[in-house]
Design a protein around this ligand. Structure first.
Ligand code: PLP
Length: 398
């Protein structure tokens, strides 16, 4: 697909979230573009011009659909980028990127703390099935990164802040190490979101966003995006991974995420402010053993986060409580405002314990190995969230 001109380039992110990808419906003049639940589109009369693996022509919805394309214009604009590819899930987007870039014998350096599916892909799938050399490293330790990224490394993948410990990685420094060794850098930006962090401006080659989270923001649609200025590789991803592997987004989900993303900057600003307030409260609450949130001056990543994030530190707080796994579960179940469920970035606050028997627990810093909870701050009144956390802690004797 060729790059679309962004008529709102240079405007603020809230303006772009409202206006990019939007247009009048040509047929009716409606001020909203319609949902096109069509699998196929009318072919041109001259079929000799049609390439069935192409994404240039609207032809079959696996090659691209109209609602997907309109959402791609908006997601690219949110990152100030030339192009975005929207797929069926965040993991679908990560896989499409890795599948296209990597082949047998390539070396990829990936983080010790990352989204579970990234760990699975590099710890047991790409290495065992396809002979990709996968090297796990602590991305918050730049000396370790320098040792792991050897000349000829194909890809360095990072996540910042990371899931689930909310650790911060220096994007510009890792980009420099990667590029010096001929490697590309991809950044999973889901926890930060484009309101708070734009990795392409810090030297990253590719950004991945789980649209499922803050960008859609309503917990009712799954989607993922790859964002980049490397138009040639983006076209390869469309050809190799979208059309010929097939993790395409349904037009309905693209339409729903398009709608959710209109209010994304407004929601994210509130989530940043509420998260800061709640993290500060948690930090002084007795029986809370640690709070990991980059907005706290006590956080080891705070100074770095202030440099590479734009004044907001995101909506996920990880914290610990001085108790066992069973009591942590009882605490989560005792919450009345906060919902006990996986995922993050919804309108409602979500809480999810990370039990001490988790297979990856030893990969996390020491303090995370007991009573560790991941908390995604929602749009409820912050005072109500704080009161709810407090009453549920008290209910289990904490
Ligand atoms: C949720 C998440 C993903 C995956 O997104 P899905 O839509 O669930 O596939 C990837 N990375 C991070 C950091 C996430 O939190």
């Amino acid at each position: 697909m060729s790059k679309k001109e962004n008529r709102f380039k240079g405007y603020g992110i809230a303006t772009q979230a409202i206006h990019t990808g939007t247009d009048y419906d040509a047929e009716t003049g409606a001020v909203r573009r319609p949902l096109h639940m069509a699998n196929s589109y009318k072919l041109p009369d001259d079929l000799s011009q049609v390439n069935y693996s192409s994404t240039d022509l609207l032809m079959y919805s696996r090659n691209g659909n109209a609602n997907q394309h309109w959402l791609e214009e908006k997601i690219a604009a949110l990152h100030g980028a030339d192009d975005a590819i929207v797929l069926a899930s965040g993991v679908g987007a990560l896989h499409a990127l890795f599948w296209t870039l990597l082949k047998s014998g390539d070396r990829v350096v990936y983080p010790k703390v990352s989204y579970m599916a990234v760990y699975r892909m590099f710890h047991e799938l790409f290495n065992r099935k396809f002979g990709v050399e996968t090297v796990m490293v602590d991305m918050t330790d730049l000396d370790a990164v320098r040792k792991a990224v050897t000349p000829g490394t194909r890809l360095v993948h990072i996540e910042t802040p990371d899931n689930p410990t909310v650790g911060v990685t220096d994007i510009a420094a890792v980009a420099e190490i990667a590029h010096k060794n001929g490697a590309l850098l991809s950044v999973d930006n889901t926890f930060a979101s484009p309101l708070n962090q734009k990795p392409l401006e810090l030297g990253a080659d590719f950004v991945v966003e789980a649209l499922t989270k803050f960008i859609n923001g309503h917990g009712d649609a799954q989607g993922g995006a790859i964002i980049s200025n490397d138009l040639e590789t983006m076209d390869r991803i469309r050809y190799e991974a979208q059309v010929n592997v097939g993790a395409v987004i349904s037009p309905f989900n693209a339409w729903q995420i398009f709608r959710g993303s209109v209010t994304f900057p407004l929601r994210m600003r509130q989530i940043n402010a509420s998260s800061q307030q709640i993290a500060e409260w948690l930090e002084q609450r007795e029986n809370v053993t640690f709070v990991s949130y980059p907005g706290l001056p006590s956080n080891p990543g705070h100074e770095l986060a202030k440099r590479q994030m734009r004044g907001g530190f995101g909506g996920v707080i990880s914290f610990g409580v001085a108790t066992d796994d069973k009591t942590v579960e009882r605490f989560c179940a005792a919450l009345k405002v906060v919902t006990f469920a996986v995922s993050l970035g919804h309108d409602e606050s979500l809480i999810f314990p990370q039990p001490s028997y988790d297979e990856r627990i030893d990969l996390y810093p020491e303090q995370f190995r007991k009573g560790f909870i991941r908390f995604s701050v929602g749009l409820e009144e912050p005072e109500d969230i704080i009161a709810d956390l407090d009453q549920a802690l008290r209910a289990v004797g904490l």
